[in-house]
Design a protein around this ligand. Structure first.
Ligand code: PAF
Length: 253
């Protein structure tokens, strides 16, 4: 497996299956790479801690970085190439003034807590799609709103990345039930058991019951809602729903 930093080195991988990440790879990311492998296309993984999606008070400087280990992990599950661009390669000029998909602008979800986040995610992902030119991309359903935002971005820019398909990959959990996440390394043992309230809450069928469980576990809730899984609006009779939760334990979101 090769590791490249320059976009010219991606030329032979056009039409690949692409897994964008911010590194600190764990089994959740490896499951995305395995999903990409199933397409039988060469698999490219990008590793780029994207400054544009962190607000000034967020953990950009502290965000875990482990490029060497990430490359070993990616190779162990069959990635063919790691693309690790610099900030200068990603943003040679001002980041694009991208038109945000509707899923990014739900006032009671991520937008309420991190108003600049999805703009930052979209400019990075759009730039990566331009550079890598994949035919398939894999996103985790753990960040369900992000998955929908990127799905809509691809639909909206269908001429720019023609025939690009998105695959949503299932959430991967540790044995105790906690969804794998790069930020789990920040949790103390006590916080880790508190965080299990998230898994219990999302199996509830009412928002009231979710809030009670999250509160019992000492989680500070940013939102805990049940929404239509396509529109992210209030559920309508007979249509599939998703529970969406964001909560804090101290400074860890
Ligand atoms: O989900 C992530 O890790 C990031 O938001 C992504 C998609 C790699 C964009 O920076």
């Amino acid at each position: 497996m090769e590791v490249v930093v320059r976009p010219e080195e991606l030329a032979t991988f056009r039409g690949c299956a692409f897994v964008p990440t911010m590194g600190a790879l764990h089994d959740g990311h490896l499951s995305l790479i395995r999903e990409a492998k199933k397409t039988d296309k060469p698999v490219v993984v990008s590793i780029f801690v994207n400054p544009e999606q962190f607000a000034p008070e967020e953990d950009l400087d502290k965000y875990p970085r482990s490029l060497e280990q990430d490359c070993e992990f990616a190779e162990s599950v069959g990635a063919d190439l790691v693309f690790a661009p610099t900030v200068e390669t990603m943003y040679p000029a001002e980041p694009e003034n991208i038109h945000l998909p509707e899923a990014a602008t739900h006032p009671q979800l991520e937008d309420a807590c991190r108003p600049t986040h999805f703009r930052g995610v979209c400019v990075a992902v759009a730039r990566l799609f331009d550079l890598v030119q994949p035919s398939v991309t894999v996103f985790g359903l753990k960040d369900y709103q992000q998955y929908l935002v990127i799905k809509q971005l691809i639909e909206q820019e269908s001429k720019r990345w023609s025939d690009l398909q998105i695959i949503g990959a299932d959430i991967i959990r540790d044995d105790d039930g906690l969804a794998m996440s790069s930020r789990n390394v920040y949790l103390t043992t006590d916080q880790r058991s508190q965080a299990l309230g998230l898994h219990k809450a999302i199996r509830c069928t009412s928002e009231e019951a979710m809030l009670e469980i999250l509160d019992d576990h000492g989680l500070e809730v940013e939102y805990a809602v049940i929404r239509d899984c396509e529109t992210l609006l209030s559920p309508t009779e007979g249509k599939p729903t998703r529970a969406l939760v964001a909560a804090l334990l101290g400074h860890i979101r």
